[in-house]
Design a protein around this ligand. Structure first.
Ligand code: FAD
Length: 473
């Protein structure tokens, strides 16, 4: 008997519960991927995600072929495609791992119902999270809104699934249905903007494993201190691999635990806590599905954002605000599809507070350009930065980007890397070039001599708007 294994954001073979279900039932797994971006609206994958996915699917297909199987690719609508392939290959079951984006949860529930009505056995599994959103609840039975109690409850409940390795050879169907070749999906953006990304990343399961090993052998050992430093490789850079499900989070935890010994325990706990924020983000999104577009805290519905100003937004997007730490972050994003977490907070604060542009503008741009763009983490991150979120920084805490740069990039090495025009200048001027405009004019012609928004005035205007909303002081 045959079973369809529908791959989604679980582009791996080990710890792949849908694949495992087919094998455990003695069925031939027919591995399919369906391209149906419009089913994810209003948050269809952005261009950076498409570029990553294209490579990750190629890696998955190669891994399947090495085991005697292959990936069959189709273009949506998903329900019709699943129904017709199941009929064509006489499948008796369809398996997938769950996704939790609101639009996709709705779609999947409908697909499950319809396929069952057609007489198929349909099962879905957890492949992405340590704790599925509905498995943790407060004493009152509701969702958590604050991270620390959420995480305390999660750890108390912790039962790691046993790792599962896919067999070295997989059965496959003979012949049809064949699907379409990967390039026909045109997932990779045509303009070649992502060309520079691949110096930094290897999409796919093997790339995820390698990133994990590199982290466990290196940055893990100084994670607590170094994770705040954009000028160092202080974090795991696992975020896109986790987003696309190229590695299971419990496999990451198991690898870290294998390194637990005197001296590493606190680093490991700090790292697992960050994975906890990812869990918390999905918990919040599940219970508050409107939050990708609406303030978590409705009092901010009365906040006077400035009118969207194209000139400010364009300068921010392309790293031309005149504030080096902000510009360096935005250029790192553009050139690598990723940005350091500390810098995400700084560029976010600049957009939402000094520029008083709506956080949604930032969330949209990140969604389009991050290779780890993730509806839950991105929503949590932006609402946190804007001060509108569940467990968020208060709005009145406005980051001073110069102090942030001095603290977390003290030698200006991060700034010099992404803004090479500022590299000839000494660190204090790299942090705040307007302090020596004459020197900047000669050494870095073209770099703005003043920030687009004055630091002190921008901060005051933001706080005034906050007070006007009735929340200040
Ligand atoms: P590490 O420090 O090595 O952390 C390990 C893993 O823990 C990460 O891969 C990630 O899965 C998770 N994690 C770490 N920090 C956070 C966090 N603050 N919130 C949720 N999960 C976290 N992360 C995304 O994965 N996708 C996004 O779209 C995204 N958008 C963000 C937007 C803003 C405005 C901010 C402030 C943060 C955003 N983050 C997002 C969270 C964080 O910046 C990234 O997860 C992190 O920088 C990824 O790098 P890393 O894998 O090296 O992190």
């Amino acid at each position: 008997a045959n079973a369809l294994v529908w791959f989604r954001n679980d582009l791996r073979l080990d710890d792949q519960p849908a694949l495992r279900a087919a094998l455990d039932a003695g069925q031939v797994p027919v591995c399919v991927y369906i391209h149906a971006p419009d089913e994810e609206d209003p948050w269809r994958p952005g261009a950076a995600s498409d570029a990553w996915r294209h490579r990750s699917l190629a890696a998955l297909d190669a891994d399947l072929r090495a085991r005697g199987s292959r990936l069959r690719i189709f273009s949506g609508p998903s329900l019709e495609v699943l129904g017709s392939i199941a009929a064509a290959c006489d499948a008796e079951a369809v398996y997938w791992t769950r996704r939790y984006e609101p639009a996709i949860e709705r779609r999947d529930a409908q697909i499950k119902r319809s396929l069952r009505e057609q007489g198929l056995r349909v099962e879905s599994f957890n492949g992405a999270l340590l704790f599925e959103p509905w498995t943790l609840a407060t004493k009152q039975g509701g969702p958590y809104r604050v991270f620390t109690p959420f995480w305390r409850a999660a750890l108390a409940d912790w039962r790691a699934p046993a790792p599962w390795n896919a067999p070295a050879s997989l059965p496959d169907l003979d012949g049809d249905p064949d699907g379409i070749p990967l390039p026909a999906l045109r997932l990779a953006p045509g303009r070649g903007w992502d060309a520079l990304f691949w110096e930094h990343w290897t999409p796919g399961e093997a790339g995820a494993r390698e990133a994990l090993e590199v982290f466990c052998d290196g940055a893990l050992h100084g994670y607590r201190e170094q994770r705040e430093r954009p000028d160092r490789v202080g974090t795991s850079r696992l975020s896109p691999h986790l987003h696309f499900g190229e590695i299971a989070p419990w496999r990451v935890v198991a690898a870290l635990e294998a390194h637990r010994r005197a001296g590493t325990g606190a680093e490991i706990d700090a790292f697992i806590r960050q994975l906890g924020w990812r869990e918390f983000a999905w918990h919040l999104l599940h219970y508050f599905p409107a939050t990708p577009a609406h303030n978590f805290n409705p009092r901010f519905d009365a906040f006077a954002w400035a009118r969207p100003e194209q000139r400010l937004l364009d300068a921010w997007r392309h790293g031309r605000t005149g504030v080096p730490i902000v510009d360096a972050g935005m250029r790192e994003l553009w050139q690598t599809g990723w940005m350091h977490n500390r810098v995400r907070m700084v560029v976010g604060s600049w957009l939402c507070k000094h520029m008083r542009q709506h956080w949604r503008e930032g969330a949209r741009w990140f969604h389009e350009t991050l290779v780890d763009a993730d509806l839950a983490n991105n929503t949590l991150g932006w609402q946190w930065v804007a001060g509108t979120g569940a467990d968020a920084a208060p709005y009145f805490r406005v980051f001073n980007p110069v102090i942030q740069a001095q603290k977390f990039d003290p030698d200006g090495r991060y700034i010099a890397r992404w803004l090479p025009e500022l590299a000839p200048l000494p660190p204090p001027i790299r942090h705040a070039p307007w302090r020596d405009a004459a020197r900047v004019r000669s050494a870095a012609p073209g770099y703005p001599l003043q920030p687009m928004v004055d630091l002190a005035r921008g901060r005051e205007a933001a706080l005034a708007a906050y007070r006007a909303m009735g929340e200040g002081d």
